[in-house]
Design a protein around this ligand. Structure first.
Ligand code: NAP
Length: 452
């Protein structure tokens, strides 16, 4: 398993996968640790997350640099990712005890209550695009609610995966309550089927989701799926156009477009379509490409070479089907895995950039007649992760938001995760929720106790 710098194609480090016997020993160690961990109070476990937050912030630069080297995240975004991880730790440190408190219900029994108990060892299969945030947003609520945690990180970010394991140790958590398994995806099935593992959460692509969810299903084990998206970004005729243009570029270009909740389909009413397309295209074309470690860089390389091939094929096929190339769309001769910021207009159903997730810096602009058509097209997708709506009439924005079949809608801003708010999707974007009280309760046994 190799970490390769996407900026220059140089090998950073090679990792030897753990053998099945090594994995088994780790599962036994975590299970043993869990026997005492589950007996701590929620408050005791939650308070430890304050120290996790401190460790994250104290070592922010080295974690950010590892992300830049292993998957090409620009430093400014990488530092922001670590700060957000620290924020999530503090949120659960302060709120978990209240969220998981016993709930008393009035019934015919003398006393009836609902309690939340840990379920055991939870495996997380995680992607490379937010190598710290994805892991922390699973691990912290999972641990605070009293479970043991196992991580199988994406093959190209093993350095980040091992750093997260070290963070929990440095913060004083028991040595084996969070363990990183250095294993390829073909070893995941054996971990899920191991009797010590009670549940699995996966963030990643649909094929990976289908494989892991079916393994979990065959074992009747709980699963949470955070999968892809093709988020609409609706611009209505009463939108603040310049603000919408500015945010549309941020939302599409962040992490070189390798974001599940990035705006991908820009659905613009015809009265604004020409101006939006021109301004969005100019701003996308002006983004500065370069080394993720260079503070001036705005558009880093993509994380793996095959992602450049995949996104270029989607662009070429869409252009061949009639999409109009406004900017970008040409391969770049470089040892790094660069792809230019690309904007396509006149996008129609049937084109890959309309039907599929575009995991790169490619905007698909779709012109519509009015609000009704915008909502119809926003919902005309297999995915249902996030959506953005732009209108200066806030009530209208909320009304439109309620008509979109997805997990999160943001009016007059970009879709973003927030530790306090549920994160997750509908349809082929998956099921289950992370963050907020819902994320904290995902891996608990909601137990009823009645006393006559
Ligand atoms: P991916 O190829 O599905 O990989 C994700 C993780 O799954 C990696 O750890 C990978 O391991 C593992 N994996 C792949 N195939 C597997 C299989 N058959 N069985 C078990 N494990 C398997 O996805 P990616 O390319 O890293 O990430 C991009 C995708 O993630 C996009 O679709 C994006 O939208 C989605 N995503 C969703 C969210 C969300 O919260 N909804 C957030 C971020 C990303 P290896 O690396 O070893 O193959």
């Amino acid at each position: 398993m190799k970490s390769i710098n996407p900026y220059n194609n140089q090998l950073i480090k090679e990792y030897t996968p753990y053998t099945p016997a090594e994995v088994e020993k780790i599962l036994v160690d975590v299970d043993q640790e869990w026997q005492s961990w589950k007996k701590l109070t929620v408050k005791e476990r939650a308070t430890m997350m304050l120290k996790v937050s401190e460790v994250l912030l104290e070592n922010k630069e080295s974690y950010a640099e590892m992300m830049a080297l292993e998957m090409g995240k620009i430093l400014k975004e990488a530092r922001g990712e670590i700060e957000k991880c620290a924020l999530l730790c503090r949120y659960y440190a302060e709120s978990a005890e209240g969220i998981l408190a016993d709930k008393f219900v009035e019934t015919d029994y003398s006393r009836s209550l609902v309690v939340h108990e840990p379920i055991g060892l939870v495996l997380a299969v995680m992607p490379w695009n937010f190598p710290f945030w994805q892991v922390i947003r699973f691990a912290v609520p999972c641990l605070v609610s009293g479970n043991g945690a196992l991580l199988k990180h994406a093959s190209n970010v093993q350095g980040c995966g091992l750093m997260v394991e070290e963070i929990f140790r440095k913060a004083g958590l028991p040595e084996n309550i969070f363990r990183t398994l250095v294993i390829p995806s073909k070893q995941v099935e054996a971990v899920i089927t191991n009797p010590l593992v009670r549940a699995v959460t996966l963030t990643g692509s649909e094929p990976a989701g289908m494989s892991v969810a079916s393994t979990a299903g065959r074992q009747l084990k709980k699963s949470v799926m955070e999968l892809g998206g093709s988020d609409p970004f609706i611009v209505l005729e009463d939108a603040d156009l310049d603000k919408a243009v500015e945010v549309s570029v941020t939302s599409r270009a962040l992490n070189v477009g390798q974001v599940c909740i990035a705006a991908k389909r820009f659905i613009v009413v015809e009265s604004l379509a020409e101006e939006f397309t021109r301004k969005h295209g100019e701003r996308m074309a002006a983004l500065i490409m370069g080394d993720p470690l260079d503070e001036k860089t705005q558009l880093a390389p993509m994380s793996r070479p095959e992602f450049v091939e995949d996104i270029h094929a989607q662009v070429e096929k869409s252009v061949a089907m009639g999409a109009k190339l406004i900017t970008g769309g040409k391969l770049i001769d470089s040892e790094g895995y660069f792809y230019p910021a690309t904007v396509l207009a006149d996008v129609k159903k049937g084109m890959p950039v309309y039907d599929e997730e575009t995991f790169g810096p490619v905007s698909a602009i779709i012109t519509v007649k009015d609000e009704e058509e915008a909502i119809r097209i926003a919902n005309d997708t297999d995915f249902g992760l996030g959506a953005a709506v732009w209108t200066q009439d806030k009530e209208r924005g909320e009304r439109v938001a309620r008509q979109i079949d997805c997990g999160m809608v943001f009016v007059n801003t970009l879709v973003a995760s927030n530790p306090k708010l549920p994160f997750g999707g509908t349809k082929r974007s998956g099921y289950g929720r992370e963050c907020s009280e819902h994320g904290l309760k995902e891996f608990t046994n909601v137990k009823t106790i009645c006393v006559l």
